[in-house]
Design a protein around this ligand. Sequence first.
Ligand code: FES
Length: 331
Amino acid sequence: MNHPLTPVTATETDTLQVRLRATTYEASNILGFELVPLDATTNLPAFTAGAHIELHLPGGMRRSYSLLNDPQETHRYCIGVNLDAHSRGGSRYMHEQLRTGTVLTIGTPRNLFAMDESSPFNVIIAGGIGITPILSMIARSQTLGTPWRLHYVARTREHAGFLSLLDSYQCQPASEVLLRFDQEPGGQMLDMNTVIEELPANAHVYACGPAPMLAAYEKATAELPPERVHREYFAAQQAAATDGSYTVTLARSQRTLTIAPGQTLLEGLLAIGAEPTFSCQQGVCGTCEVRVMEGTPDHRDMVLSDTEKAANDRMMVCCSGALSPWLVLDL
Ligand code: FES
């Protein structure tokens, strides 16, 4: 649903305030949250399929969540949150304390998982809560008239969120939803090689899910043209760089610090009172990207492509370190 009204203006820091209008139970451990403008006569900033927003939560916590609703909608942002058994506080707060009606500060949408809209066919693979960015991609595929096929894997049907929304999309032509519940009696793992072997000609393929699924995906798609292969991680794949023993010069503030062994670059920056923007601290959201002016980063993130990493002109300071004895950063 599109509201042709005045867009909400984001502040200089690209944040805005929204109200939690509704919380819905979607599946075991998964809640849906609907965020709306404070002023119902305004629209929210537009987003593209695959985008995420960052929520500013109490205690300085910031958490990024994919937008799952149709990008044509400008009257709301919808997200889904899985209660993480290893929650550092974000998902637990969202599930147990956040009340309907609360006003939240959020960042404007960013997209690190954009679709290629020239694709003749989209094959989409989702595992668990990885379904959330995929839902907006399906909505967009429907709008574009691009045929699509979804492989959606969850432990059991009770753990699979947003099935009724998927049902509504499946009513439309050129769509196919293939569900797999691998922990139900007789359930089987998704055979990633078969999924990739059966891709229609020139199809683009998208995946979001847990690490083992994405590892199988990377392997199965290794021979495909990279421009047809898209993925988004929601957890770190590599440990943060903590070898330390390098010097960092902050060009803008004219300060120099030494990162000690056992310390991450982010920890070193915070220790001297620098204020880099960060969120996930796991190298998956892109919030902490900083321009590298000199030196060679030790890239550990899942945001930059191999080509972007090879350029060595930017880095994620939450998890990456240095291969050279020094770095000069645009901070
Ligand atoms: S804070 Fe998310 S990538 Fe660094």
